[in-house]
Design a protein around this ligand. Structure first.
Ligand code: GDP
Length: 137
């Protein structure tokens, strides 16, 4: 069993894709074991994406991620990290495979609808960034 962090980003929440995305997650056999809706501050977004602090897209990304409501969840299952990344598709929707969330819903490379931990190390930073032990079921 593995755990991963999922974020439905502001563009997807705003356009009403939250239910469709959770349907795909549960359809893939992943279990939702924690969930919350929040509006990040710029500082909270910067802390979450601190590994990207030196990248040119960091200011735009953190402004965007703090521009509206996000839905955050912890997913659990066998190979949860890979399964969720496969459902998401490539970072740039132009490169994403048919049938992936980013191909179907993303606006562009920044407003790409979803986030998923990319490794067990990332998941172990990202999950406790948003959830305490008693919020995970
Ligand atoms: P992910 O793991 O597929 O989400 O991609 P990364 O970890 O590389 O990047 C984190 C997020 O930064 C992406 O999901 C995008 O929202 C944004 N991002 C990544 N690369 C670019 C870029 O070249 N330009 C812009 N504007 N945003 C980017």
């Amino acid at each position: 069993m593995e755990r991963t962090l999922a974020i439905i980003k502001p563009d997807a929440v705003e356009r009403g894709f939250t239910g469709k995305i959770f349907d795909r997650i549960e359809g893939k056999g992943l279990k939702i074991i924690a969930i919350k809706m929040i509006h990040l501050t710029k500082k909270e977004a910067e802390g979450f994406y601190k590994v990207h602090a030196q990248r040119p897209f960091f200011p735009g990304l953190t402004t965007y991620m703090s521009s509206g409501t996000v839905v955050i969840a912890v997913l659990e299952g066998k190979d949860a990290i890979k399964k969720w990344r496969d459902l998401m598709g490539a970072t740039n929707p132009k490169d994403a495979a048919a049938g992936t969330i980013r191909k179907d819903f993303a606006v562009d490379i920044e407003k790409n609808s979803v986030h998923g931990s990319d490794s067990p190390e990332s998941a172990s930073y990202e999950i406790p960034y948003f959830f305490s032990g008693i919020e995970i079921f």
